[in-house]
Design a protein around this ligand. Sequence first.
Ligand code: ADP
Ligand code: MG
Length: 228
Amino acid sequence: DTIVEFIAQAKNRESAMFTEAEGKSLLSAFGIDTPQGVEIEVGQELPGHLREPLVVKAISTTLVHKSDAGGVRVGVSRAELDEVALQMRGSLANFGHELDGVLVEEMVPAGHEIIVGAVRAPGLGWTVMVGLGGVLVEVFEDVAFGLAPLSETQILDMLQELRGMKVLNGARGGVKADIPALVTLISRLAGPEGLLAALPEDVVEIDLNPVIVSDTRAVAVDARFVVG
Ligand code: ADP
Ligand code: MG
């Protein structure tokens, strides 16, 4: 099936990863919200259905952290698209990566950036991690762990463990995050019928970094599936 094909292709790539678009198509198949997007070649015309502002992301078989090599541009208009893609090709080349094309996506409205990750421990199953993105996860290491399969109650308990939960609840005048949407997203990943349970042994790690949680949605805007 599709997942088996993705795994075979990933094994031929230096990164040993699914492409972002492949990963997102799987998330989508399990009901996890992802941005509308299409993969195009540099200079190719963009199909009509995507709404501005756009996000342009590098597709490259060797690049893992796209932003580090200038491989992500947000807030791009259709008119700017060709130029942005050409600049991106140049930027990636400076970092020793080849640009195979770009993933053009709709830009998701701002919200809280959450990290959801999962690592397969041989014999144990999946360890799931959730944390607040950006500075909070890096400096304060504000993360919570659980073992899949996770019930919605267990997921909510994990979120309550986070010191940054106050921020998600709209402290200091920030956006009040749609926590039920985030719980549903994590459940579709790590619940009894979730994506993790359906993945073959070859997939050893998943990162949704970030999931953007606004007051109405929780959307996985980045997806990394690592094959072992
Ligand atoms: P990287 O490979 O560098 O992690 P990401 O896909 O995570 O690349 O994009 C980097 C950042 O750009 C994200 O953390 C997020 O803030 C922003 N971003 C990416 N895609 C979108 C999107 N579709 N809508 C809004 N913001 C986005
Ligand atoms: Mg990312």
